[in-house]
Structure formats: structure tokens, C-alpha cells
Design a protein around this ligand. Structure first.
Ligand SMILES: Nc1nc2c(ncn2[C@@H]2O[C@H](COP(=O)(O)OP(=O)(O)O)[C@@H](O)[C@H]2O)c(=O)[nH]1
Ligand SMILES: [Mg+2]
Ligand SMILES: [Zn+2]
Length: 317
């Protein structure tokens, strides 16, 4: 009996595919009795992205997962019923690519900020891909440059791509190599096209409408990981609104705007909301141009709006 380490690349109701480290071997595994991570109430004990220890009998085709390594991060599916149990979709994600477009469709700064907030809350590094740059001319190019400057200054890496013209694809491929990535963004921005361009063998359906809205209440959908030739993986969550769904307490909101959080230490009041208080260093930094106005404006809008349902981010399609 030997113990192996591996990565869970698929997990559907009790059946788990584990890719053993340093080999190409994928083995189907069951789960030993009660291995549950402390402190997490979830309907599923094992998720895609988990690093696990597997016991395999000599020459056996099947393994048993005997333990799970601690998760660096994980994303949860918003509960669709009143039960308190959550469904974890994936863990140990290295980065999320927010695919945005200046036109066809227009991605708003509010949408971008909502996704970035969620990524911060999940502790998953976010990078922004501005796709369809082949459609950007004149004022649209100025807008693109402005967006890139805004987000790069905060510290979010930005990539400029066109999957149809092959722009920025090599850079994206390099960013993705040997990492576990997720893609999010509005339907139609080119997520499937970009992944297909990176990995032509995958042939994800382009132009396919997400089934997120037609998804029945009782359907349980599971994530899987698409393995890439660059040594990386893409977490695929078909038809699930995977990202941008966290309910965030307004008191914590500023923690997820890195540039606002950085200034908030020196506010006169330690519980400053950065909305109206005297001696607020955040407001001062906005006035000085050190914090982009659009970012502050979105912070204030989300902070002040009790019903932020309408700012929910779109599905991953
Ligand atoms: N002009 C242009 N069209 C693109 C580009 N990338 C994708 N598209 C088109 O945009 C549409 C939606 O693409 P798709 O990959 O399905 O988007 P998804 O919903 O985000 O997966 C398709 O008609 C693609 O051919 C691009 O870089 N430039
Ligand atoms: Mg798609
Ligand atoms: Zn303040």
C-alpha cells in the first residue's frame, strides 16, 4: 500500500479523478469515511483543485483519498435554498482572469470593480484581460488606455488581447503556464474564444449562451479542470455563476479596494466609512487624484446602496 500526492481535477458526487503529482497518471478515487476540513460546512468534501493524499493498492486501478491538504482559497456557490450548507466549487485557484471589453459588449467599471472586490474577498489574485482590442479605434482606444492605467497603477496586471487577430495571446499563454486559472466576465466578451486560442484542442463552444439562467433549482453541477499544454489548468464551471457572488459587509468593503485600504490607516476615525467623516484620508487622496475617482465612486455607490443586487456580476459562460 503506497501513499501518493495528487490534484483533484474532477469531482462528481463521490467519484473523484486525481492526477498524481509528477506523472500523467489520473486515478479514480473514492473518499475514506470522514475526512472533512475543519470549520467548513459544505455539501461536498472534495472539490476540484484540492491537493490530496491517495492510497493505492499495488496494481490497483482505484484509489482512496485519505486526506486533503489545507486550501489556500476556495470559491463557493451562492446557496440557492435556505439551508446553511454551501457548495464549494473549486479550491487553490492561482488567478482569476476578468475578461472585459471596451465595446461589443461594453464592460462597465462597476462590473470590473465588483469582480475585483470578489477576487480580493476570496484571496485570489485577479488580472484583467481587455479583449477584442481589434474593435478599438479612436476614442475607444483612449478609453482602453485610461482603464489600463487606472488598474495597473492599483496593481492589477492588465493584458490586451484579440483572440481573432492573435494579439496578446503569447503573453496570456505565458501568464497561464503552470497555474490554475479561472475566467470570468460577461457573456460574449470572448472567454471561450481566448481559451480555444490558447489551447486549440479544447474547442469550447464559441457564442454559446450560458445555461446559468435556465439551470433548474435542483441541478447540481460540478466544476472540472481543463488541462493545458502549458502546464496550467482552467477551472471550468459550466452554467454556474461562479464569481462575483459574495455578500460583503459594508464595514469590510474598503478592505477589498487595495488603494483605498492603503490610505484608510490614517483617517481620523478608526471606523471611518470614507463617505462623510472629517479628517478622512481616503477622501483627501481622491481629491489629490491619488485614488481614481471611478473607484471611489463605485466604492461609495456600493457602500450606500442597501440593495446591491443590481451590481451582481455576470455568469462565467
Ligand atoms: N472582434 C472580436 N470578436 C471576438 C473576439 N473574441 C471573441 N470574439 C467573438 O465574440 C463572440 C463571443 O465569444 P465567446 O468566446 O463565445 O464569448 P464568451 O461568452 O465570453 O465565452 C463570438 O462571436 C466570438 O467570435 C475578439 O478578440 N475580437
Ligand atoms: Mg463561453
Ligand atoms: Zn476615511
Amino acid at each position: 500500500m503506497e501513499l501518493y500526492s495528487g490534484l483533484v481535477i474532477r469531482s462528481t458526487g463521490g467519484q473523484n479523478s486525481v492526477k498524481l503529482d509528477n506523472t500523467d497518471r489520473v486515478i479514480e478515487c473514492s473518499i475514506r469515511g470522514k475526512i472533512r476540513l475543519k470549520g467548513i460546512r459544505s455539501t461536498n468534501p472534495i472539490v476540484v483543485g484540492d491537493h490530496v493524499k491517495v492510497q493505492i493498492e499495488e496494481n490497483a486501478e482505484q484509489g482512496v483519498i485519505v486526506s486533503i491538504d489545507e486550501r489556500r482559497n476556495y470559491i463557493i456557490r451562492r446557496s440557492i435554498n435556505l439551508s446553511k450548507e454551501s457548495h464549494i466549487l473549486a479550491s487553490n485557484i492561482d488567478q482569476v482572469f476578468l475578461v472585459a471589453t471596451i465595446s461589443e459588449p461594453t464592460t462597465t467599471l462597476m462590473f470590473i470593480d465588483r469582480v475585483l472586490i470578489t477576487a480580493e474577498a476570496y484571496s485570489i489574485p485577479a488580472k484583467i484581460i481587455f479583449n477584442k482590442v481589434d474593435l478599438c479605434t479612436g476614442p475607444l482606444l483612449d478609453k482602453l488606455a485610461e482603464y489600463v492605467t487606472t488598474y495597473e497603477e492599483i496593481g492589477y496586471k492588465c493584458l490586451i488581447t484579440s483572440s481573432t487577430k492573435g494579439i496578446g495571446i503569447e503573453e496570456l499563454n505565458a501568464e497561464m503556464s503552470n497555474k490554475i486559472s479561472m475566467f470570468t466576465g460577461h457573456s460574449g466578451v470572448g472567454k471561450s474564444s481566448l481559451i480555444n486560442t490558447i489551447e486549440p484542442g479544447l474547442t469550447l463552444k464559441v457564442g454559446a449562451i450560458s445555461d446559468a439562467h435556465s439551470q433548474g433549482k435542483h441541478t447540481t453541477t460540478f466544476a472540472s479542470m481543463l488541462e493545458l499544454n502549458n502546464g496550467g489548468y482552467v477551472v471550468d464551471t459550466p452554467g454556474i455563476r461562479a464569481f462575483g457572488l459574495l455578500e460583503i459587509d459594508r464595514e469590510e468593503l474598503s478592505h477589498y479596494f487595495p488603494e483605498i485600504f492603503a490610505k484608510s490607516d490614517n483617517c481620523k476615525f478608526h471606523n471611518c466609512s470614507h463617505i462623510h467623516e472629517p479628517g478622512c484620508k481616503v477622501i483627501e487622496a481622491v481629491e489629490n487624484g491619488e485614488i481614481p475617482f471611478s473607484r471611489y465612486d463605485n466604492y461609495a455607490t456600493i457602500y450606500l446602496d442597501k440593495d446591491d443586487e443590481k451590481y451582481r456580476t455576470d455568469d462565467y459562460a
